[in-house]
Ligand binder design. Structure first.
Ligand code: MLC
Ligand code: AMP
Length: 496
């Protein structure tokens, strides 16, 4: 296999006349047409001065041009940096300041805000009338590919940190390509497949797991701007694969139209990014005859384990390490490997593991051992035959609808309010999102701050999906004898 993303995922399709993207408006883009569009966008990036290693920040809606822009970034040797469209100006300032991009691509409505940064600003929107798309229309559809090696960076994805600010995970061509090849092979994805793509394309799951595998295999992609239950139901009889977060599956199960006949053509349902409840797995099988295939991964490592394609997909387990990926369960304090059957930290090594955190050598050293093992912060157990189950998290993290929310980031924002002594942000079970965010807040004696005032302070600073759904004013936080806040006590108290 060739060893850069452009050579392996895009160049081979130059004369492939099969459909690649089928969009919401019914328009289609062939593989060969996609390769030409990538070249047009790459020429615009080059005209904007992009050179090998430059970062391209993209906060744009999910369109065919957005995915072609990913291809264009790798064709020009640049580093693709996608951002959640829900991020606020305050969050964006940090990402852009930290990564120092040459080009920012955004929705036209955000142009004025983005022009505050020292970068060329281009726009991309749903209507195809952004400055990037218009310039690409007029550009040549041939572009020389910038030579890159397997260890050069292809993408920088920010992942929230336990210590406050997010860290940019540096992913090389080899990291991404080796993982795409393992998954394509394991899940037997071919050019006969048609994937329902309803995930966002600013995270590992929707961008790398779903798009890199499809491009590698030459599969068709029904490219939906967002998850929409009716559209997914409509597409199921025409499709062969769906990749989603557990919320997709609980929502589909709530729909009486879901049955075996509707899913007769489907051959694979994949779930990941958050724990899939065993009851969801069982109910889905009872209703559709399909065992959802659960896999486990992280931004820093791409995919780590997967339930088998052929063989038992066991609810509540995340399966076996992918080929070329080693998983060890270790004593979280000493790092000593533990025998099967014992709970410990999940550590991972392999070509899939990232290159470190952007501009943060100390943070990299804290989480990536010199032996090459990365400490995931997830707690797990391995059976005697190597099957992994996740049993909890050592990191303080809430996963809501597949989005990671780090309590520390929200607590820092709440604690900044005059009159707040401290706060504890914690997750409680939620029927749709898996977990939902609550905040317990302690005020200074005599301070009179209403929950609405706290909510109004948080509002412009953090993306909406991170906002606590309730602020609970209390006199004190529960603590253990060491003085550590016991979030499990809060969780138990407010779970219902
Ligand atoms: C939307 N909202 C959420 C939310 N998504 N709130 C909490 N958690 C979420 N995940 C809020 C919005 O802010 C809004 O709030 C309201 O819900 C409606 O917004 P929406 O956009 O209409 O929501 P909806 O379409 O229902 O989206 C739900 C969803 C979406 C589950 C389809 O969140 C989604 O696509 N999640 C996938 C995330 C993902 O790709 N994760 C992969 C990370 S990679 P209000 O109050 O304004 O109404 C990774 C590695 C790995 O983890 O292993 O894969
Ligand atoms: P992110 O940092 O956004 O890439 O999210 C990675 C985290 O999501 C992992 O460290 C896990 O905690 C969680 N995760 C991913 N897949 C699964 C899964 N199948 N089951 C449970 N947790 C998962």
């Amino acid at each position: 296999m060739t060893n850069t993303l452009y050579d392996a995922l895009i160049a081979p399709h130059a004369t492939n006349t099969n459909n690649f993207l089928i969009c919401d408006d019914g328009s289609t883009i062939t593989y060969a047409g996609f390769v030409r569009r990538v070249a047009q966008l790459a020429n615009v990036l080059k005209d904007a001065g992009v050179q090998a290693g430059d970062r391209i920040v993209v906060q744009a809606p999910k369109t065919a041009d957005t995915i072609a822009l990913y291809g264009a970034a790798v064709q020009t040797g640049a580093v693709y940096l996608p951002l959640n469209t829900a991020y606020t100006q305050s969050e964006l300032s940090y990402f852009i300041g930290d990564s120092g991009p040459r080009v920012i691509v955004c929705d036209a409505k955000d142009t004025a805000m983005m022009q505050a940064f020292d970068a060329k600003v281009l726009t991309l929107d749903m209507t195809g009338t952004g400055t990037l798309s218009l310039a690409a229309n007029a550009a040549s559809d041939q572009c020389a590919t910038c030579p890159r090696g397997p260890d050069d960076l292809a993408a920088l994805l920010y992942t929230s940190g336990t210590t406050g600010r997010s860290k940019g995970a540096m992913l090389s061509h080899k990291n991404l390509l080796s993982n795409a090849a393992s998954l394509t092979d394991l899940w037997q994805i071919t050019d006969q497949d048609r994937l329902i793509h309803a995930l966002p394309i600013f995270h590992t799951h929707g961008l790398f797991v779903a798009m890199n595998t499809s491009l590698l295999a030459g599969a068709q992609v029904r490219f939906m701007a967002a998850f929409n239950q009716d559209s997914v139901i409509e597409e199921l009889p025409k499709s062969t694969m769906l990749m989603g977060v557990p919320t997709f599956y609980t929502r589909l199960l709530d729909d009486p139209r879901m049955d075996k006949a509707l899913c007769a053509k489907m051959r694979l349902f994949v779930s990941g990014s958050a724990p899939l409840l065993a009851e969801t797995h069982t109910a889905f099988h009872d209703r559709t005859g399909h065992h959802i295939l659960e896999r486990y991964g992280m931004t820093e490592t791409n995919m780590i384990t997967s339930n088998p394609f052929d063989g038992a997909r066991i609810a509540g387990t995340v399966g076996y390490p992918l080929p070329g990926t080693e998983v060890e369960i270790t004593n979280a304090q000493t790092g000593e490997p533990l025998p099967s059957g014992e709970i410990g930290m999940i550590e991972v090594r392999g070509d899939n593991v990232f290159q470190g955190y952007w501009n943060m050598p100390e943070k990299t050293a804290e989480e990536l051992r010199t032996t090459g093992f990365f400490m995931t912060g997830d707690l797990g157990i391995k059976s005697a035959d190597g099957r992994v189950s996740i049993v909890g998290r050592q990191k303080d993290l809430i996963i809501s609808g597949g989005y990671n929310i780090y309590p520390k980031e929200i607590e820092d924002v709440i604690n900044d309010i005059d009159g707040v002594v401290e706060s504890a942000v914690f997750g409680v079970p939620h029927p749709d999102f898996g977990e939902s965010v609550l905040a317990a807040v302690i005020l200074e004696k005599g301070a009179d701050i209403a929950p609405e005032t706290i909510a109004a302070h948080v509002e412009p600073l953090l993306a909406r999906f991170k906002h606590p759904r309730k602020y609970i004013l209390r006199d004190a936080l529960p603590r253990n004898t060491m003085g550590k806040v016991q979030k499990n006590v809060l969780r138990d108290e407010f779970s219902s």
